[in-house]
Design a protein around this ligand. Structure first.
Ligand code: 13P
Length: 248
Protein backbone atom coordinates (compact mmCIF):
# COMPACT_ATOMS: atom_id res chain seq x y z
CA UNK A 1 0.00 0.00 0.00
CA UNK A 2 1.48 3.34 -1.06
CA UNK A 3 1.57 6.08 1.55
CA UNK A 4 0.32 9.50 0.53
CA UNK A 5 2.92 12.29 0.36
CA UNK A 6 1.82 15.92 0.56
CA UNK A 7 4.69 18.33 -0.11
CA UNK A 8 4.67 22.11 -0.09
CA UNK A 9 6.66 23.87 -2.80
CA UNK A 10 7.15 27.32 -1.36
CA UNK A 11 8.76 28.58 -4.59
CA UNK A 12 10.39 32.02 -4.04
CA UNK A 13 8.24 32.96 -1.06
CA UNK A 14 8.91 33.44 2.63
CA UNK A 15 11.03 35.29 5.16
CA UNK A 16 12.46 34.24 8.50
CA UNK A 17 9.42 35.65 10.28
CA UNK A 18 6.84 34.29 7.83
CA UNK A 19 8.43 30.84 7.81
CA UNK A 20 8.45 30.72 11.61
CA UNK A 21 4.74 31.49 11.74
CA UNK A 22 3.85 29.12 8.90
CA UNK A 23 5.82 26.17 10.30
CA UNK A 24 4.49 26.75 13.82
CA UNK A 25 0.97 26.69 12.44
CA UNK A 26 1.56 23.49 10.48
CA UNK A 27 3.29 21.73 13.39
CA UNK A 28 0.41 22.62 15.70
CA UNK A 29 -2.06 20.78 13.46
CA UNK A 30 0.00 17.72 12.55
CA UNK A 31 -1.67 15.51 15.17
CA UNK A 32 -4.57 14.82 12.84
CA UNK A 33 -2.43 14.07 9.77
CA UNK A 34 -1.63 10.52 8.68
CA UNK A 35 -0.04 11.30 5.30
CA UNK A 36 3.68 11.89 4.92
CA UNK A 37 4.36 15.62 4.81
CA UNK A 38 7.29 17.67 3.51
CA UNK A 39 8.14 21.27 2.70
CA UNK A 40 10.52 22.29 -0.10
CA UNK A 41 11.90 25.69 0.75
CA UNK A 42 14.29 28.29 -0.71
CA UNK A 43 17.98 27.48 -0.08
CA UNK A 44 18.66 30.28 2.44
CA UNK A 45 15.99 28.94 4.78
CA UNK A 46 17.18 25.33 4.95
CA UNK A 47 19.02 25.92 8.24
CA UNK A 48 15.94 27.54 9.76
CA UNK A 49 13.68 24.74 8.60
CA UNK A 50 16.12 22.06 9.80
CA UNK A 51 16.25 23.65 13.26
CA UNK A 52 12.48 23.98 13.42
CA UNK A 53 11.48 20.57 12.03
CA UNK A 54 14.16 18.20 13.35
CA UNK A 55 12.36 15.61 15.46
CA UNK A 56 8.96 16.46 13.96
CA UNK A 57 6.86 14.45 11.51
CA UNK A 58 7.60 16.91 8.70
CA UNK A 59 10.46 16.30 6.27
CA UNK A 60 12.07 19.04 4.22
CA UNK A 61 13.93 19.61 1.02
CA UNK A 62 14.94 22.04 -1.70
CA UNK A 63 13.47 23.08 -5.02
CA UNK A 64 16.51 22.67 -7.27
CA UNK A 65 20.15 21.54 -7.22
CA UNK A 66 23.19 21.50 -9.44
CA UNK A 67 23.93 18.49 -11.59
CA UNK A 68 27.59 19.02 -10.63
CA UNK A 69 29.11 17.61 -7.45
CA UNK A 70 31.43 20.55 -6.69
CA UNK A 71 33.67 23.12 -8.30
CA UNK A 72 33.69 26.49 -10.04
CA UNK A 73 29.95 26.83 -10.63
CA UNK A 74 29.09 30.26 -9.27
CA UNK A 75 25.66 30.47 -7.73
CA UNK A 76 24.98 26.74 -7.77
CA UNK A 77 24.10 24.43 -4.87
CA UNK A 78 25.16 20.77 -4.77
CA UNK A 79 23.35 17.68 -3.58
CA UNK A 80 25.86 17.20 -0.77
CA UNK A 81 25.18 20.73 0.47
CA UNK A 82 21.51 19.82 0.70
CA UNK A 83 22.48 16.66 2.62
CA UNK A 84 24.41 18.86 5.06
CA UNK A 85 21.05 20.36 6.04
CA UNK A 86 19.43 16.93 6.29
CA UNK A 87 17.18 17.42 3.28
CA UNK A 88 15.18 14.34 2.38
CA UNK A 89 13.80 15.64 -0.93
CA UNK A 90 14.69 17.88 -3.81
CA UNK A 91 12.36 18.92 -6.62
CA UNK A 92 13.83 18.44 -10.11
CA UNK A 93 12.36 19.47 -13.43
CA UNK A 94 9.68 21.80 -12.15
CA UNK A 95 7.96 23.39 -15.14
CA UNK A 96 9.09 26.83 -13.99
CA UNK A 97 12.71 25.68 -14.24
CA UNK A 98 12.10 23.97 -17.57
CA UNK A 99 10.31 27.01 -19.04
CA UNK A 100 12.03 30.01 -17.42
CA UNK A 101 15.55 28.60 -17.00
CA UNK A 102 15.61 26.40 -20.09
CA UNK A 103 16.22 23.09 -18.30
CA UNK A 104 16.14 20.26 -20.83
CA UNK A 105 14.96 16.71 -20.21
CA UNK A 106 18.63 15.65 -20.21
CA UNK A 107 19.66 18.27 -17.64
CA UNK A 108 16.74 17.28 -15.44
CA UNK A 109 17.90 13.66 -15.66
CA UNK A 110 21.42 14.72 -14.63
CA UNK A 111 20.03 16.60 -11.63
CA UNK A 112 17.89 13.59 -10.72
CA UNK A 113 21.01 11.40 -10.86
CA UNK A 114 23.01 13.85 -8.75
CA UNK A 115 20.26 13.91 -6.12
CA UNK A 116 20.11 10.12 -5.89
CA UNK A 117 23.90 9.79 -5.80
CA UNK A 118 23.83 11.86 -2.60
CA UNK A 119 20.95 9.89 -1.10
CA UNK A 120 18.28 12.53 -1.68
CA UNK A 121 14.86 11.56 -2.99
CA UNK A 122 14.17 13.53 -6.17
CA UNK A 123 10.62 14.71 -6.77
CA UNK A 124 10.58 14.55 -10.58
CA UNK A 125 8.05 16.95 -12.09
CA UNK A 126 6.47 16.14 -15.43
CA UNK A 127 3.55 17.69 -17.26
CA UNK A 128 2.27 19.23 -20.45
CA UNK A 129 1.50 22.80 -21.45
CA UNK A 130 -1.96 23.88 -22.55
CA UNK A 131 -0.83 23.84 -26.20
CA UNK A 132 0.44 20.31 -25.80
CA UNK A 133 -2.82 19.18 -24.16
CA UNK A 134 -4.86 20.79 -26.91
CA UNK A 135 -2.57 19.14 -29.45
CA UNK A 136 -3.39 15.78 -27.85
CA UNK A 137 0.26 15.06 -27.06
CA UNK A 138 0.00 15.01 -23.25
CA UNK A 139 1.02 11.35 -23.02
CA UNK A 140 3.87 11.79 -25.51
CA UNK A 141 5.26 14.74 -23.54
CA UNK A 142 5.04 12.99 -20.18
CA UNK A 143 6.54 9.82 -21.67
CA UNK A 144 9.45 11.81 -23.13
CA UNK A 145 10.13 13.48 -19.77
CA UNK A 146 10.00 10.11 -17.95
CA UNK A 147 12.11 8.38 -20.60
CA UNK A 148 15.01 10.83 -20.20
CA UNK A 149 15.31 9.82 -16.55
CA UNK A 150 14.77 6.12 -17.18
CA UNK A 151 17.40 6.16 -19.94
CA UNK A 152 19.98 7.75 -17.66
CA UNK A 153 19.25 6.07 -14.32
CA UNK A 154 17.18 2.99 -15.12
CA UNK A 155 13.62 2.17 -14.13
CA UNK A 156 14.82 0.77 -10.80
CA UNK A 157 15.88 4.30 -9.77
CA UNK A 158 12.18 5.17 -9.54
CA UNK A 159 12.04 3.04 -6.38
CA UNK A 160 13.99 5.89 -4.77
CA UNK A 161 12.08 8.78 -6.34
CA UNK A 162 8.72 10.50 -6.36
CA UNK A 163 7.00 11.65 -9.56
CA UNK A 164 4.81 14.75 -9.58
CA UNK A 165 2.38 15.17 -12.47
CA UNK A 166 1.91 18.91 -12.83
CA UNK A 167 -0.05 20.04 -15.89
CA UNK A 168 1.53 23.43 -16.63
CA UNK A 169 -1.85 25.00 -17.42
CA UNK A 170 -3.03 24.20 -13.88
CA UNK A 171 -0.05 25.71 -12.02
CA UNK A 172 -0.84 28.94 -10.24
CA UNK A 173 -3.87 29.52 -12.44
CA UNK A 174 -6.68 28.41 -10.16
CA UNK A 175 -7.65 25.94 -12.90
CA UNK A 176 -7.27 22.43 -11.55
CA UNK A 177 -7.22 19.30 -13.65
CA UNK A 178 -10.44 17.42 -13.00
CA UNK A 179 -9.95 14.26 -10.96
CA UNK A 180 -10.62 12.23 -14.13
CA UNK A 181 -8.08 14.20 -16.19
CA UNK A 182 -5.42 13.84 -13.51
CA UNK A 183 -6.17 10.17 -12.82
CA UNK A 184 -5.87 9.36 -16.54
CA UNK A 185 -2.33 10.75 -16.73
CA UNK A 186 -1.32 9.20 -13.40
CA UNK A 187 -2.56 5.82 -14.63
CA UNK A 188 -0.63 6.34 -17.88
CA UNK A 189 2.60 7.05 -15.96
CA UNK A 190 2.14 3.98 -13.75
CA UNK A 191 1.32 1.77 -16.74
CA UNK A 192 4.40 3.02 -18.52
CA UNK A 193 6.59 2.13 -15.56
CA UNK A 194 4.77 -1.20 -15.13
CA UNK A 195 5.81 -2.24 -18.63
CA UNK A 196 9.39 -2.10 -17.38
CA UNK A 197 9.02 -3.12 -13.74
CA UNK A 198 5.70 -4.03 -12.11
CA UNK A 199 7.03 -3.88 -8.54
CA UNK A 200 8.51 -0.42 -8.99
CA UNK A 201 5.27 0.74 -10.63
CA UNK A 202 3.10 -0.41 -7.73
CA UNK A 203 5.31 1.31 -5.18
CA UNK A 204 5.79 4.56 -7.10
CA UNK A 205 4.32 7.61 -5.39
CA UNK A 206 2.83 9.90 -8.06
CA UNK A 207 1.76 13.29 -6.75
CA UNK A 208 -0.60 15.70 -8.47
CA UNK A 209 0.29 19.39 -8.57
CA UNK A 210 -1.56 22.37 -9.99
CA UNK A 211 -3.97 24.52 -8.01
CA UNK A 212 -4.58 21.79 -5.45
CA UNK A 213 -6.30 23.24 -2.41
CA UNK A 214 -8.45 22.22 0.54
CA UNK A 215 -11.58 22.38 -1.60
CA UNK A 216 -10.47 19.88 -4.25
CA UNK A 217 -7.93 17.74 -2.38
CA UNK A 218 -10.32 15.04 -1.13
CA UNK A 219 -11.59 14.25 -4.60
CA UNK A 220 -8.15 14.36 -6.25
CA UNK A 221 -6.49 12.30 -3.53
CA UNK A 222 -9.35 9.79 -3.72
CA UNK A 223 -8.27 8.70 -7.21
CA UNK A 224 -6.58 5.30 -7.30
CA UNK A 225 -3.31 6.51 -8.86
CA UNK A 226 -3.00 9.89 -7.13
CA UNK A 227 -0.69 9.37 -4.18
CA UNK A 228 -0.33 12.86 -2.86
CA UNK A 229 0.11 16.46 -3.85
CA UNK A 230 2.81 18.98 -4.67
CA UNK A 231 1.30 22.19 -3.41
CA UNK A 232 2.27 25.71 -4.40
CA UNK A 233 0.14 28.63 -3.30
CA UNK A 234 -1.95 26.69 -0.80
CA UNK A 235 1.20 25.54 1.01
CA UNK A 236 1.83 29.11 2.20
CA UNK A 237 -1.22 29.05 4.48
CA UNK A 238 -1.02 26.68 7.47
CA UNK A 239 -4.74 25.88 7.70
CA UNK A 240 -5.11 25.36 3.95
CA UNK A 241 -1.99 23.18 3.79
CA UNK A 242 -3.09 21.15 6.81
CA UNK A 243 -6.51 20.60 5.27
CA UNK A 244 -4.82 19.09 2.21
CA UNK A 245 -2.57 16.97 4.42
CA UNK A 246 -5.63 15.67 6.27
CA UNK A 247 -7.23 14.73 2.96
CA UNK A 248 -4.24 12.53 2.19
P1 13P B 1 0.04 25.92 -7.35
O1 13P B 1 -0.43 24.97 -6.28
O2 13P B 1 0.28 27.31 -6.84
O3 13P B 1 -0.79 25.85 -8.58
O4 13P B 1 1.52 25.40 -7.78
C1 13P B 1 1.69 24.04 -8.05
C2 13P B 1 3.13 23.80 -8.21
O5 13P B 1 3.78 24.28 -9.13
C3 13P B 1 3.78 22.96 -7.20
O6 13P B 1 5.07 22.61 -7.58
Amino acid sequence: MRRKLVAGNWKMHGSLAENEALLSGILAGMGSVTADVAVCVPFPYLAQVQAKLTGSAIAWGAQNLSQQAKGAFTGEVSANMLKDFACAYVIVGHSERRAIYGESDELVAEKYAAAQAAGLTPILCVGETLNEREGCITEAVVARQMDAVIAKCGVSSLARAVVAYEPVWAIGTGVTATPDQAQAVHAFIRAKVRELDAVVAEGLVIQYGGSMKAGNAVELLGQPDIDGGLIGGAALNAEEFLAICRAG
